[in-house]
Design a protein around this ligand. Structure first.
Ligand code: PMP
Length: 406
């Protein structure tokens, strides 16, 4: 059993009052709160050893370099990558996906296909559309069904020799649905030579990730959804692919030698890390990994599942609540609308007055909203520090919102 009170005590923001009420923070799929050890790792860097990394011969630069490279090793262990140079620090999932879409440009020909799914975040749609525009490749989409699940029969038909990239999210941010990526990866390996990209923005905070067992080629995620600061994240890539692909950004740090005639690129991972990195943020990402691993991903997943199922059951008991993906395998998210209660943001504003933070709207997944013919949902999303009492407050709040809006 987790000691949630002692976990909560590590998050100063959780004792804030919002509109005179204790904060009930249920917007974790948008961004999680940060524990003291992450805040102090970040602050300690700026207070005690702020310096630019790599190539510095002075002591502070060496400490900063060592700490950042240590954080890279933590991330490597966190997702079970084979080598630490397979971890590229990024600004987050969006940058990771754009890096890949750019790097694949020379690999595609007109008529090639890129396969995504109907359940993607815009950041796993738009970079691929831009890549299609550059290369003449075609975007293919695995359809979803009413239950919020991917149509697996369609997967079989859509993966062919023409498929050059498969990019799928592990967990949908809008619905919380856990996609059968193991199945999709197996089919992709059997019937194509596609690069396989997994958008792990929502799974890295909730599930134990093992990129080698998963057998993906790339895995991208954001630090800020897993207790680390904003503006940091990681791209994992298999060594052979990272060696083969061209860099995304050009600049300092990423060169071996630079002349006006020709520039050669640095070894991995630096080839993909042009410019001064977010040293303090990357170090704090390492601290977030420590935080998660100390609690244990299995314990986190179990606790969040308990919250999710309790929330679902209680919300349904109110009547007039429609939960999207209700029967699908889900993690961390309950996404719902109130029948006849107008737009989701009205309910969101009422909940805010009660100190309850949820997200309302399309959650950067307009194709999912279009599929259901709605403008948006109310989304409550959980983290390890949330409690059953907070779910009760949410349900009470929704009850009030229903009364006021109907
Ligand atoms: N993919 C998914 C599934 C997400 O949930 C998010 C963030 N909502 C992103 C991609 C984009 O992440 P970021 O904004 O941190 O780059």
């Amino acid at each position: 059993m987790l000691n949630i009170e002692s976990i909560r005590a590590q998050f100063p923001i959780l004792s804030e009052k919002i509109n005179g009420k204790p904060l009930v923070y249920l917007d974790n799929a948008a961004t999680s709160q940060k524990p003291l050890r992450v805040l102090s790792a970040w602050e300690n860097y700026y207070r005690s050893y702020n310096a630019n990394v790599h190539r510095g011969i002075h002591t502070l630069s060496q400490i900063a370099t060592e700490e950042m490279e240590n954080a890279r090793k933590k991330v490597q262990r966190f997702i079970n990558a084979e080598f630490d140079h397979e971890i590229i620090f990024t600004r987050g999932t969006t940058e990771g996906l754009n890096l890949l879409a750019y790097a694949f440009t020379s690999k595609l020909r007109p008529g090639d296909e890129i396969l995504i799914s109907h359940l993607e975040h815009h950041s796993n749609i738009v970079p691929w559309q831009m890549l299609c525009e550059r290369t003449g490749a075609k975007l293919q989409v695995i359809p979803m069904n009413d239950s919020g699940e991917l149509d697996l029969l369609a997967v079989d038909a859509l993966i062919t020799e023409k498929t050059k990239i498969v990019s799928i999210n592990h967990i949908s941010n809008a619905l919380g649905v856990v996609n059968p990526i193991e199945y999709i990866i197996k089919r992709a390996r059997a019937h194509s030579s596609a690069y396989i990209v997994i958008d792990g923005a929502q799974s890295a905070p909730h599930l134990k990730i093992d990129v080698q067992a998963m057998d993906c080629d790339f895995f991208v995620f954001s630090g800020h959804k897993m207790y680390a600061p904003m503006g940091v994240g990681a791209l994992y890539g298999k060594e052979k692919h990272l060696l083969d692909l061209p860099p995304f950004h050009g600049g300092g740090e990423m060169i071996a030698e630079c002349t006006f005639e020709k520039t050669t690129y640095a070894a991995l991972p630096f080839k993909f890390e042009a410019g001064t990195p977010n040293v303090g943020g990357n170090i704090a990402l390492g601290a977030a990994v420590d935080f998660i691993e100390e609690i244990g991903q299995q314990h986190i997943a179990k606790h969040e599942n308990t919250l999710l199922h309790y929330a679902q059951q209680q919300l349904l008991s109110l009547g007039g609540v429609k939960i999207y993906g209700q029967d699908a395998l889900r993690a961390g998210v309950v996404s719902f609308t109130l029948e006849g209660a107008g737009i989701a943001s009205d309910a969101g504003m009422i909940l805010d007055k009660l100190g309850i933070a949820v997200r309302t709207g399309h959650h950067c997944t307009q194709p999912i909203m279009n599929f259901y013919g709605i403008a948006g949902t109310i989304r409550a999303s959980f983290a390890v520090y949330n409690t059953l009492e907070e779910v009760d407050l949410l349900v009470e709040g929704v009850k009030k919102a229903k009364k006021m809006l109907l």
